[in-house]
Ligand binder design. Structure first.
Ligand code: ADP
Ligand code: ADP
Length: 231
């Protein structure tokens, strides 16, 4: 599904050249559920930005399905993002003046769906995350966990192939964190491929695989045995 071959990301030039990522090889299979962990400054955001086609590597190959995307133009990358990827952020990034259902509908405008199709998809996505009773609430009327569920609904409404989440539970209390995790696990069981950057061991232990990054390199990439996985 996603394959990084010998990816390097270099910042600066000449004497100040700095490798934010070094010889990264990652293969994410369809249906995988991956946690990316590592200390601050280790390269997690850089890696996620490349995986999310928000940034380009300095060298190496990146395949999304059959497409080699590492050197595509910004427009072509935007189209790949739109077609394959859903994003979830730590701060939800919801528009405060729009209701939950309007927030979820918004990105669907760029998919050429009619008004009624957009509404139908948005309600379906919000129902999947358990917010069918909160369609017309604005973000300020929702808890942090509920706002993140709206953001997940927004990310899945376009039927992406892969969900990329950067510290999705970083601002949440433990109870909301577990609710969000349960939603990710549910989506993963339904076949969604998910990558999460997290500092949280609890979150990571619910995934299928943990990749540890340090100083721009992959330290470990290990499968969590099913019997140890916290389902
Ligand atoms: P993490 O997400 O793990 O905290 P980052 O990917 O944000 O790490 O950063 C990895 C390293 O690359 C850090 O040392 C950071 O300072 C550096 N870095 C990130 N972005 C840039 C940039 N645009 N220019 C220069 N250095 C950068
Ligand atoms: P995180 O919360 O993931 O650790 P950071 O605070 O390290 O994120 O970085 C936030 C953003 O700022 C990153 O996406 C990165 O591109 C940029 N950045 C980080 N370090 C530098 C740097 N030394 N020079 C320029 N930009 C940087």
């Amino acid at each position: 599904m996603l394959r990084l071959n010998n990816i390097n990301k270099v910042y600066g030039m000449g004497d100040t050249e700095f490798y934010a990522l070094k010889n990264i090889d990652v293969h994410v299979k369809e249906g995988d559920f991956v946690a990316i962990m590592g200390p601050s400054g280790s390269g997690k955001s850089t890696l996620m930005n490349i995986l999310g086609c928000l940034d380009k590597p300095t060298s190496g190959e990146y395949f999304i399905g059959e497409h080699e995307v590492s050197q595509l133009s910004d427009d072509a990358l935007a189209s790949i993002r739109n077609q394959y990827l859903g994003f979830i952020f730590q701060n939800y990034n919801l528009l405060p003046t729009l209701t939950a259902v309007e927030n979820v509908e918004l990105p669907l405008i760029y998919r050429g769906l009619s008004r009624s199709e957009r509404r139908e998809r948005a309600v379906e996505a919000l129902t999947k995350v358990g917010l069918q009773e909160r369609l017309y609430h604005r973000p300020s009327e929702l808890s942090g966990g509920q706002q993140q569920r709206v953001a997940i609904a927004r990310a899945i409404a376009g039927n992406p192939t892969v969900l990329l989440a950067d510290e999705p539970t970083g601002n949440l209390d433990s109870r909301s964190e577990l609710e969000i995790l349960a939603i990710f696990q549910d989506l993963n069981r339904q076949g969604m491929t998910i990558l999460i950057v997290t500092h949280d061991e609890v979150v990571a232990e619910h995934c299928r695989r943990i990749i540890h990054v340090k100083d721009g390199e992959i330290m470990t990439n290990k499968l969590i045995q099913e019997e140890l996985r916290k389902d």
